[in-house]
Design a protein around this ligand. Structure first.
Ligand SMILES: *[C@@H]1O[C@H](CO)[C@@H](O)[C@H](O)[C@H]1NC(C)=O
Ligand SMILES: *[C@@H]1O[C@H](CO)[C@@H](O)[C@H](O)[C@H]1NC(C)=O
Length: 386
């Protein structure tokens, strides 16, 4: 299978090497800054524009009404009306949002590529498994022309293992820039944010072959063992402080609710619970084995609370999407011709799969500073202080 985005690497390497010989880098920690950098891995929940740089992808959000509440009202490739959790976490620690890796290494980037202030590898549609982005092709085939479909043999997203491949390039670059001791110190204090898993769960329920091959529990365990391998690779490349975000109640996304009753899809939710449990025990074992620190955030409980008690968080619409079409505004993605709700602040969900900026903000507040019952074994603020 052709993988269009792997073509970026040689160019990237050239830019990196070139910039090393033409500049000196200033790496200082300002007063307000709590960590040197955040390195972001994940899916559309934290994508800040990597997919804009994929030549051929159906997973793009770089058009309205996306971005309607973003500064300047621009569609940046973020899957939402405004900022997402990666933006808000960066603000909390006093850093600019970690820019998309593919923007830093793209040919049109006139600035010198430097990764010491953080990078994001997150990509809409990405999963823990290499194949989890492919499930969306059939959805697209229903609506797009044959010509467009012939392009779908290309990869649509950057799966996690490829994101870690990119990080290994970044690791090498930082080593050249800061020296091996400097790089080790820098990375050991930096946060490694990981927001992944939802697309793998959706992939299971869209693929009868997977359902025949694995039980829900087996598949959830397989997700965790594959994620563990990627965490080990990151650790071997200097990562020490992991911020791991559990999957939410994925069956309560507008697109997954029962179209006649409006109920959450309880089977999908049960796999999310299994995955989160397995993730928790994997991390408990990995911590002493590798000597790492981590936060595991219970998105499932937090988002379920928000959906069940919307009013106490300022939401009046907890089921339907703000931007979309059809039942629950969730039968089609958010596009320029979709219907757009007038008040985004009172919607939990922006489109058929993604939360609004308001929801991202509430989640990130709790991720950063508690209540501590949502973070095990500690909040991000405590992880930073460690
Ligand atoms: C996923 O792709 C990567 C290429 O980066 C490869 O090394 C890995 O073995 C693949 N994983 C699986 C489970 O096929
Ligand atoms: C939706 O709910 C109805 C009534 O409980 C049920 O008969 C139907 O199978 C559900 N549809 C799906 C797709 O789960």
């Amino acid at each position: 299978m052709a993988k269009c985005y792997t073509n970026v690497l040689p160019k990237a390497f050239f830019v990196i090497v070139f910039s090393l010989f033409t500049s000196s880098f200033l790496v200082t920690l300002s007063e307000a800054q709590m960590v040197p950098a955040i390195y972001v891995f994940g899916d559309s929940l934290v994508d800040v524009g990597n997919n804009d740089y994929l030549k051929i992808s159906v997973f793009k959000a770089d058009f309205p009404h996306n971005g309607v509440d973003y500064p300047g009202k621009v569609a940046t490739g973020r899957w939402g009306n405004g900022k997402n959790s990666a933006d808000f976490l960066a603000e909390k620690v006093g850093l600019p949002t970690s820019p998309p890796y593919l923007s830093l290494v793209s040919k049109s980037n006139k600035r010198k590529a430097s990764f010491v202030n953080g990078v994001s590898f997150a990509s809409g549609g990405a999963g823990i498994f290499n194949g989890s982005d492919e499930q969306y092709n059939s959805f697209v085939r229903r609506f797009m022309s044959d010509l467009y479909c012939s392009l779908l043999s290309q990869r649509q997203a950057i799966p996690l293992s490829y994101q870690v491949n990119y990080y290994s390039e970044v690791h090498q670059n930082i080593g050249l820039q800061l020296g091996s001791k400097g790089a080790k110190d820098h990375l050991s204090k930096s946060l490694f944010l990981i927001v992944i898993g939802s697309n793998d769960i959706f992939g299971y329920f869209r693929n009868s072959q997977l359902q025949n091959e694995y039980t829900l529990q087996q598949y959830a365990d397989l997700m965790v063992s594959n994620l563990k391998k990627q965490l080990q690779r990151m650790h071997a490349l200097g990562a020490q402080k992991f911020v791991v975000i559990g999957t939410g109640p994925v069956g309560c996304c507008p697109a997954q609710r029962n179209s006649s009753t409006g109920e959450c899809n309880h089977v999908e939710n049960s796999m999310s619970v299994m995955y989160n449990e397995a993730l928790k025990s994997m991390l408990q074992q990995l911590k002493p084995a590798l000597g790492i620190g981590y936060t595991l955030f219970d998105t499932y409980t937090v988002l379920t609370n928000i959906v069940q008690n919307g009013a106490s968080y300022g939401f009046t619409e907890v089921r339907a999407a703000c931007c979309g079409m059809g039942k629950l505004n969730a039968e089609f993605p958010c596009t320029p011709v979709s219907s757009l709700c007038s008040n985004r602040r009172n919607h939990v969900f922006w489109d058929f799969y993604h939360p609004t900026q308001a929801t991202h903000g509430i989640i990130t507040d709790k991720l950063f500073d508690g209540p501590s019952k949502y973070s095990s074994p500690m909040t991000v603020k405590e992880l930073i202080a460690q």
